[in-house]
Design a protein around this ligand. Sequence first.
Ligand code: AMP
Ligand code: GLY
Length: 430
Amino acid sequence: MKLLLIGSGGREHALAWKLSQSSHVEQILVIPGNPGIAQVPKCQCTDLALDDLQKVADFAEENSVDLTVVGPEATLVAGIADIFRSRGLPIFGPDKAAAELEGSKAFSKRLMQKYHIPTAAFQVCTDLETAKAFITEHGAPIVVKADGLAAGKGVVVAMTVKEALDAVTEMMADHKFGSAGASVVLEEFMDGEEASLLAFTDGKIVIPMIASQDHKRVNDGDEGPNTGGMGAYAPAPVMTETLRIKAVETILKPVIAALNKEGRTYCGCLYAGLMIKGDTIKVVEFNCRFGDPETQVVLPLLDSDLAQIMLACATGTLDVSMVQWKQQAAVCVILASGGYPASYPKGLPITGLDEVDAMEDVMVFHAGTKTVDGRIVTNGGRVLGVTALGADIRAAQEKAYAAVGKIHFDGEHHRTDIAWRALARAEEKR
Ligand code: AMP
Ligand code: GLY
């Protein structure tokens, strides 16, 4: 098989790494890729613009690509899958109508409401005055969400009415997120512990992956501002087997069925961000693609051929027997640039990568790097994701941090407590 992979982050590096292990895969063309992906066997990066998706389809046709895999949501929401399917090109990822599940929070919330999928109570507002009146009436805490895509920054969990009023004003009057904030979702605040449950689906059957947990705050103890994710681990013990079955039966399967009923067949990876409290599970959000950094811990635990699974999703032939998991744990620590998530320098040389390369069961996924004169330098807020596998979370965590200790660049920052909730839970049980 010849594959085309779209994207350039740590998630796509993990996808490339896992796909390249398939004996069915001869070559992986990547648009645009990154320096880490360029080193993955079978991968060849190409710098083609993603703004003209017909040209991307031309490229796939010219290169006789058998399957295209799309990483980022923006490309899916823009309708890449519709273009590819209309030209008979197999693609892993939902079409525009199904990707609205992530592309419009108002659509997603209304769908959940219509089909009784558990989620927080909400109100969609399309004008500022109504939004302000609703907030004043309901009080805080309250969650303000821009309807459209805002690169993960469109959610404000407001602990005071003032914060909420400021947030809607920024979104609706100051157009902080452009048209994405023209309407907002005001949502009841949910208390609990979050987990991410990703699933493969061909639009007919849904196969959950291993539950994982992301660490969104920049500092240890989940303190400081939100980031794109400072690390992740899997499996997440908060998601017990009972809860996982409940999530599949009351959330994942119903939402795929609901989309089908609405004439929006969904193929690809479905990401459910879930809030767990006791034995209740509610949806925080749906994403129409793999999570980042969750992918960097979930895929290393996959014991099956990812290319075959993805082709089956794209061709409506997915079967439960295709997806097996390793009985291990994975921890991923993100190495970020000093200053992130605010402004940070770029172009700083990274050392120690070769040494970590030699370590067994350790993978370094590139998120924000660049090659300059043959050397790898920093080029983003989140620079690298260091993932390690181990017999359990503690073993994986120890190995991940041993690897992290070998990598250096000026100002490098990482959290030292990735997976703390799993370890605290294990401690409690003893
Ligand atoms: P989202 O982009 O919808 O996942 O929101 C980003 C983050 O905001 C989530 O991962 C949660 O930590 C938080 N969040 C979103 N909605 C709620 C809610 N209704 N209650 C509490 N926290 C929330
Ligand atoms: N880790 C959160 C996301 O991928 O949206």
